[in-house]
Ligand binder design. Sequence first.
Ligand code: UT7
Length: 330
Amino acid sequence: MTKIRATITGVHGYVPADILSNADLEKMVDTNDEWIRSRTGIQERHILKGQGLASSDMGVEAARGLLEKTGTSPDEIEVVICATVTPDMLFPDTANLIAYKLGIKNAFTFDISAACSGFLFSLNTAVRYIESGAYKKVLLVGVDKMSSIVDYTDRSTCILFGDAAGAVLLEPSQDDETGVMDAILHSDGIGAEHLYQAAGGSLRPATHETVDAKQHYIYQNGRPVYKAAVMYMTGVVQEIMKKNNLHPDDVAWVVPHQANLRIIETMARMLDFPMERIMVNIQKYGNTTAATIPLCLWEWENQLKKGDKLILTAFGGGYTWGAILVKWAY
Ligand code: UT7
């Protein structure tokens, strides 16, 4: 029996309208445009404003656009997976809220938490559902409202993050030549001490004290995370290329998680891969955690050709990291 391959048949994104520029941040914390641009590559990020708006609302926008452009009815979706570290609430799962708001009634839903690698980990899961033969349409949403967990008095983190959503549809491939070809994913809890949100979970349930201590905000010790990101993302891209007998010339695009332009440039140098074929949009959006990779695919969609080999790669809190090889289907 020939193997069923899963393929991405559509991608869509959503970015909220409000912009937080480096000039805006200069008025909020002791920082400056030159430092932010030269250390991170970020010029501005988008922020979801408005009472009662949450990650699910951005996810709905991205997913609704995706269903429209792929001509998919909500009734056809069988599984909804949401990658996020900023769920609307700890439970119910945000995928469930997204499905409900979209009128998706025939699907089961769940969230995946793997920080900045969330989209890749979820993509691998979605792919396995398709490959099993049991499901034919899986909706995957990567969304984060990072502004809900960022401390806008902490200059070391508030300059980095933005809000956005991206969504992809996974279906069985119509041919053996295109689809998601391979995935290598890793986790190592050694990173837990460098990047976390201390309170609000079962270890430190939210109290007046945890809020006063700002423990419901993101904490990051940037230097070790930076070094690990360069080392592990580069390593896993090399690993997937070697495993699939690929040379940089064979790969049309590398699609990296957007955490820091310097991380991406260093990775490119170490891989001997030209920056012209690496998707970069961090200057406009900052780090949108689970949304970075689908946002890139969405923005570059018109430039992609059937059969193009893409390597998606991410590194994030945990630590978590990985690479997925895709042969673009359309
Ligand atoms: O997506 C999940 C994974 N996350 C990442 O991959 C992020 C990895 N880390 C990074 O991207 C970088 O470490 C940062 C962008 C977070 C920080 O850049 P850095 O070059 O590592 O700076 P640093 O933290 O070592 O700080 C250098 C200096 C410090 O001042 P002193 O001690 O040298 O006087 C900081 O206080 O820069 C200072 N600094 C700032 N100055 C102006 C830190 N943040 C700022 C700021 N504006 N916003």
